[in-house]
Design a protein around this ligand. Structure first.
Ligand code: NAI
Length: 630
């Protein structure tokens, strides 16, 4: 680092997350009869000073008087403050040490506690400029050294001037007194640090906002813990995504913008230009045209189950990973199936309707227990398999049919054909996926194969059942109870009427596609999808991605990680390794996975590399995208 650059860093609410005198108050006023009142007074005075509404000296005098502190309180204070160093400072400890020769801590706080906290970061006493307490014979803090420049109004600029530094001075701080250094014409640039507090008046006067130390190091082109500051990752969330999900992405440090509604194609094309992560639910159509204009997009989170609304192929060709929440609402669907199954087998829908019409029809006709009945599950995926476990634990016998070989859970048995399952089941429940080939897999022929008096349930997809045939077999009495949650055509909004031949049929439960709609499922989705995206950004893991080869990666340790996404053509891995070998780079781990279209190679290498390597790797023919993590 050149010696002509000097970094002046504030202490309270910048180096540490808190104001030290507030913490001192917590200790010194522990037994005060009006502790909360006194602490509030200290805070209020601090804020007035920070905002430039009270002269600094007055604020300091008033706080010291209110605090009634003693030297014996300081060790506890140091302990507490050490545990409250700002997260991005902790993350960059190694780099702060590296630059310590260029750093000055200039604070209106007190050397007595600042020095022991910054020393482990390589900053020694000679680089700390701050006030000094004055004690009486009993160690009571009775004031401060009035000759210290930092106890005086406009102290920070005066102190820095007195240092006679040659070269450029960059100031990082959260308060008005930090800005004063710039105002006095001494600093080259003032960065408002907003990781812990955000003061509008300070921001207004700043050259640049630094939401973390990473950003400060990044814009000054200095080595740092994160290759790309997270606040520079723009996230756009549409369609009223659950607050929990928004919070998770904000906590990660991303710059999150939220739109309650969806966006049409044109709006999205405009909005997506600088976006790195897009979050949607089922309505927003992410078309090829949208993806063409999404030059910085790395990942799309579908905060739902389905991903038909996204052009997955184009996303893949552009190196954009798509994640969804495939089993966040599995349990919700299964619980509803169980509940409805019992209702249907007791003929409850008709009984409930009669009661509301004033008809008392007490009889056991068409009422059965579920115990020992055979449940036939068509489609033994996430939902089918979970249903199998719950149904069996309630005493049902379970058989299933899946187009693929599946592990049978518990005592469930796998049928070799759909016909076999239909012929032996007292209850048939569909849980297949929505692939186009599944259109009307259950029609007149399949209903005819079922037992007389069967119960039929579809909470999977609307188009898999021939509705006219279902109606026919309900009316004929072959099916004595049916529940349908999904329909070939569903209303687009709650304002639209639900039109279906199934309305008004006996012992038939119709529900508005709510199988997976529970608060828990919403929360699970909001947890799951951001988790996958954050993992992808931080480590390159593509576990559960819908359109990328799935790789689960170990955390990166003391190495750089090169992430290379390319068209699946022969020889690319060889070219990558050739480039690395030519540059004498030692591979400490390498992971490759391909699908039909793309290859995904992760290479971890020992610490140092030249920028030239990056260029050569990017230039390999067939490269879609390249990213470095460290
Ligand atoms: P999944 O993909 O885990 O399981 C589907 C299973 O069906 C797979 O094992 C697949 O091999 C099998 N399959 C596909 N076609 C088949 C066929 N013709 N015959 C036999 N087996 C076949 O899906 P998951 O998560 O279990 O969901 C199942 C269905 O439930 C999906 O259609 C999904 O859209 C729907 N769903 C409905 C909800 C609602 O609100 N009603 C909520 C959540 C999911």
């Amino acid at each position: 680092m050149e010696n002509s650059k000097h970094f002046v860093i504030d202490f309270d609410s910048t180096f540490t997350r808190v104001e030290a005198l507030d913490v001192l108050g917590e200790i010194s006023l522990k037994n005060h009869k009006n502790k909360s009142g006194a602490l509030k007074k200290v805070k209020d005075i601090t804020d007035l000073g920070m905002e430039g509404k009270l002269s600094f000296r007055e604020s300091l005098e008033q706080r010291i008087e209110t605090l009634q502190a003693n030297k014996s309180h300081l060790p506890e204070l140091v302990d507490k403050l050490s545990a409250q160093v700002s997260k991005s400072f902790i993350r960059n400890k190694e780099f702060i040490r590296k630059y310590s020769g260029n750093i000055y801590i200039v604070s209106n706080g007190f050397k007595d506690f600042i020095v022991p906290i910054v020393e482990p970061y390589g900053i020694d006493e000679s680089r700390v400029f701050a006030n000094e307490f004055e004690y009486d014979a009993d160690g009571n803090i009775i004031g401060f050294n009035p000759d210290n420049l930092l106890s005086q109004n406009n102290g920070k600029p005066r102190q820095i001037e007195a240092l006679n530094l040659e070269g450029e001075i960059y100031v990082l701080g959260d308060g008005y007194t930090d800005y004063e250094i710039k105002k006095a014409g001494i600093a080259h640039k003032f960065y408002a640090f907003t990781e812990n507090v955000r003061r509008e008046k300070v921001l207004e006067n700043a050259d640049h906002e630094a939401p973390t130390l990473d950003e400060f190091l990044y814009v000054n082109n200095m080595e740092r813990a994160l290759s790309y500051p997270k606040n520079r990752i723009n996230v756009l969330l549409l369609e009223n995504i659950h607050e929990h999900g928004i919070q998770k992405l904000k906590e990660e440090g991303y710059n999150v913008e939220v739109h309650p509604a969806g966006m049409d194609e044109d709006e999205l094309i405009e909005a997506i230009k600088d976006v790195s992560i897009l979050g949607i639910r089922s309505k927003t159509q992410v078309t090829q045209k949208v993806l063409e204009s999404a030059k910085r997009l790395h990942a799309i989170g579908a905060f739902c189950i389905g991903t038909n609304q996204i052009d997955l192929e184009t996303a893949q060709e552009k190196g954009i990973a798509v994640f969804n929440a495939p089993f966040s609402n599995t349990r919700s669907v299964v619980e509803l199936v169980i509940g409805e199954l019992i209702m249907l087998i007791r003929n409850l829908p008709d009984k409930i309707k009669s009661m509301h019409e004033g008809v008392w029809d007490k009889s056991a006709k068409n009422s059965f227990e579920i115990r020992n009945k055979t449940l036939g599950i068509v489609g033994y995926g996430n939902i089918g398999a979970q249903l199998s476990v719950l149904a069996e634990s309630m005493g049902m016998k379970v058989c299933f049919y899946d187009r693929e070989e599946k592990l049978a859970l518990g005592n469930a048995t796998q049928c070799s054909s759909l016909a076999e399952l239909l012929g032996m089941s007292d209850v048939v429940s569909l849980h297949v996926d929505g692939r186009p080939e599944n259109k009307e897999i259950i029609g007149d022929k399949e209903f005819s194969l079922m037992k007389d008096g069967v119960i039929f349930m579809n909470l999977s997809r609307g188009h898999v059942v021939d509705i006219a045939a279902l109606k026919k077999h309900i009316l004929s009495g072959k099916i004595i109870g049916a529940s349908v949650d999904v329909f070939p055509e569903e209303p687009k909004s709650n304002q639209e009427e639900f039109i279906s031949e199934l309305r008004g049929l006996p012992n038939t439960i119709l529900t508005p596609h709510i199988g997976g709609s529970t608060k828990e499922a919403q929360k699970n989705i909001a947890d799951f999808v951001p988790g996958k995206i954050i993992d992808y950004i931080n480590t390159g893991s593509t576990n559960n991605s819908v359109n990328f080869p799935n790789i689960v990666l170990p955390k990166l340790k003391d190495a750089h990680r090169f992430i290379h996404i390319h068209h699946n053509e022969p020889g690319i891995l060889a070219k990558i390794n050739h480039t690395l070998a030519e540059n004498n780079l030692n591979i400490v781990g390498q992971y490759l996975k391909t699908n039909e279209k793309i290859g995904y190679v992760i290479t971890d290498i020992n610490k140092d590399y030249e920028q030239e390597v990056i260029k050569s790797l990017k230039d390999i023919k067939g490269t879609i995208r390249f990213r470095v993590l460290y």
